[in-house]
Design a protein around this ligand. Structure first.
Ligand SMILES: Nc1nc2c(ncn2[C@@H]2O[C@H](COP(=O)(O)OP(=O)(O)OP(=O)(O)O)[C@@H](O)[C@H]2O)c(=O)[nH]1
Ligand SMILES: [Mg+2]
Length: 364
């Protein structure tokens, strides 16, 4: 009989030391459960800076929430994270639905993470046309990235105005930067206004196109081509070589017609296959060349400053406008004055003046 120094061995009440049992609650689920409880601002900020993806995602959910208390918390978190932002390369990727943006991001993304970088992929898509299938499709199109610790993929916030969605994406980008992601991709469908919003938050803007379809056919407006720092003709693996060559020539000619860029960079036209990875490494090199050039000539910072100013003005305009339309004095008179405009009794300009006058009276 083993000796138990703590007990009287002769006693029938002697109890052997038991084997320590596993905790009945899985520590992982305990962690998840406790994380679902409210976090303090400090916990959010520390978690984000430590690269905790669950906390990052929860903070982005606060950004996307329309509840005022969530917005309040989100703004505090962003402010605290701001000193750790700005060091990433921000790249916007646009093109018509189906051109291969997500596949391209998977391909270029893998090329980047192989070099040890950390990549965050965000999206701006204010349209409700994007089906659940397309979002699920992204999971398979970005399979390697979705499973990589070096990549963080966040689907587009849904609902709300373009301005609202764009702001949320930009703020999510800041948090990703604070979490240590050094390259940010922002995907947007190139058919509406959203590319202007993306252009105003990225360092480099890439437009994906297809060979053999005119740009009118592809629904790409001239203005979007003008914003592009590079155009890449995708799906070269299935397009006839001759069509690719012709598209390269046409887009180069089209870009030549635009005035010289402020950046000192000549927008490039190239081709690739997101499926076979052909040309992908060259596109990354091209982006690095652009960053190097613009950092050297100062344009990189100039563009970021312009963007910061733009977003400040944008925020003021949006908040003033919603304050105006929510004001009780305006709410009371708006429809009556609108009716007069519709009846031709009052010009739009005079009507606006009257409402503004009414509004400003409250602040004098
Ligand atoms: N052959 C070929 N197919 C490609 C290539 N790139 C993408 N595809 C295919 O094109 C289809 C659309 O690709 P996506 O990457 O989802 O396109 P997208 O532009 O992200 O589409 P949306 O997000 O819906 O706007 C998929 O079936 C891809 O497999 C390519 O380089 N070659
Ligand atoms: Mg996509």
């Amino acid at each position: 009989m083993p000796k138990n120094p703590d007990k009287n061995n002769d006693s029938s009440l002697s109890v052997n030391k038991g084997v320590e049992q596993n905790h009945s609650i899985n520590p992982d689920s305990r962690k998840q459960f406790s994380q679902r409880q409210a976090l303090s601002i400090d916990e959010y900020v520390e978690g984000i800076k430590a690269g905790d993806r669950t906390i990052l995602s929860r903070a982005i959910t606060l950004i996307e929430s329309s509840l005022p208390e969530h917005q309040e918390q989100a703004q505090k978190i962003i402010e605290r994270c701001l000193p750790d932002t700005g060091n990433a390369i921000r790249i916007g990727i646009t093109g018509v639905p189906g051109v291969g943006k997500s596949t391209f991001i998977e391909s270029l993304g893998n090329h980047i993470i192989e070099q040890g970088q950390k990549l965050a992929v965000l999206a701006i898509d204010p349209s409700s046309t994007r089906s659940k299938g397309s979002i699920l499709g992204d999971k398979t199109r970005m399979e390697t990235l979705s499973n990589s610790d070096q990549a963080y993929i966040r689907p587009s916030p849904t609902g709300g105005s373009l301005g609202g969605v764009a702001r949320k994406t930009r703020e999510a980008m800041y948090l990703c930067e604070a979490a240590g992601y050094d390259t940010i991709f922002i995907e947007t469908v190139g058919v509406g206004q959203s590319e202007t919003a993306v252009h105003s938050m990225v360092d480099f803007f890439l437009l994906l196109m297809l060979a053999g379809a005119g740009d009118e056919l592809q629904g790409i407006k001239r203005g979007i081509m003008e914003m592009a720092d590079a155009i890449a003709i995708n799906k070269t693996d299935e397009a006839p070589q001759q069509a690719v060559q012709q598209a390269l020539r046409e887009y180069k000619n089209a870009l030549h017609l635009y005035p010289e860029t402020e950046s000192g960079w000549t927008p490039q036209v190239t081709s690739c296959s997101a499926l076979t990875n052909q040309g992908i490494a060259d596109i990354w090199q091209l982006i690095l060349d652009y960053i190097e050039l613009t950092k050297k000539n100062g344009y990189f910072q100039t563009r970021r400053n312009q963007q910061a100013r733009h977003w400040m003005h944008d925020t003021i305009e949006r908040q003033l406008s919603s304050h105006f339309f929510e004001h009780p004095a305006i709410k009371k008179r708006q429809s009556e004055i609108e009716q007069k405009v519709l009846a031709g009794e009052l010009s739009s300009f005079r009507a606006a003046q009257q409402l503004l006058e009414l509004y400003f009276k409250h602040f004098r």
